[in-house]
Design a protein around this ligand. Structure first.
Ligand code: PGA
Length: 254
């Protein structure tokens, strides 16, 4: 697989017009790392301005509705994200599963809507601490993958524009990063599940790790077998914190 590592910053509900300066700094530096695919996902109000502020990095949303338009107060459609210049959308993040009761079937419907709108999709999966302690982590994650990714007729389209993010819930924003061996084992399990769904096309799908990734631990995580990139929360909010992660992903030839 010769895909570039994919480093995605998820700003969550953080951001301001002033913070676009961080995005500009990340974008300027991105030109030094052509072997890494870099993207930022700010809150809705900043997507358009961030899009206009950058040229070398991708821009995405953090959620979308299943419908293209209509009577859904407060929601935003995938078509709107595409229209404002977004390249992709993050779906099924554990904070949305927790705060908004999103389940696998809804995540799948959103993913199908996003693909239909021409967006790339990052589907997030991950177990809670209770599930890991009960020895159910792989089964839980496999079930989430199976239920959340586009299947059936959409599968062929999906494989080319889909990424998975494995984010153990207990590692998100806690400073508690998963052990590299556990990440390797889980990424292999996710890969196996994707192969069962997409066949050979599964090779096109990058599997990212997320959960307390920072400049110090990035090299170990990104160098691990089967890790195709990182979904970064807290450490994506400033160029100073984010760029060392990008640098760790970069492996210039020679
Ligand atoms: P974190 O968040 O890097 O702040 O742990 C990761 C994520 O939730 O995507």
């Amino acid at each position: 697989m010769s895909q570039r590592p994919y480093i995605v910053g998820n700003w969550k509900m953080n951001g301001s017009r002033a913070m676009l300066a961080e995005a500009r700094a990340i974008d300027r530096a991105a030109q030094r790392y052509p072997d890494v695919e870099i993207a930022l996902a700010p809150p809705y109000p900043f997507i358009g301005a961030l899009r206009d502020a950058v040229s070398a990095i991708g821009v995405g949303g953090q959620d979308c509705h299943t419908a293209a338009k209509g009577a859904h107060t407060g929601d935003v459609s995938a078509a709107m994200l595409a229209d404002i210049g977004a390249d992709f959308v993050i779906l099924g993040h554990s904070e949305r599963r927790r705060d908004h009761g999103e389940g696998d079937a809804l995540v799948r419907a959103k993913a199908e809507a996003a693909l239909a709108a021409g967006l790339g999709v990052i589907v997030c999966v991950g177990e809670t601490l209770e599930e890991r302690d009960a020895g159910k982590a792989e089964a839980v994650v496999a079930r989430q993958v199976e239920g959340s990714v586009p299947a059936g007729e959409g599968a062929a389209v999906a494989a080319g524009r889909l990424a998975l993010a494995y984010e153990p819930v207990w590692a998100i924003g806690t400073g508690r990063v998963a052990a590299v061996e556990d990440v390797i084992a889980m990424h292999a399990a996710v890969r196996e599940k994707l192969a069962a769904i997409y066949g050979e096309d599964a090779d096109k799908i990058r599997i990212l790790y997320g959960g307390s990734v920072n400049g110090e631990n990035a090299a170990g995580l990104l160098g691990a077998e089967g890790v195709g990139g990182a979904l970064v929360g807290g450490a994506s909010l400033t160029a100073d914190a984010f760029l060392p992660i990008v640098a760790a992903a970069s492996q210039p030839e020679g």
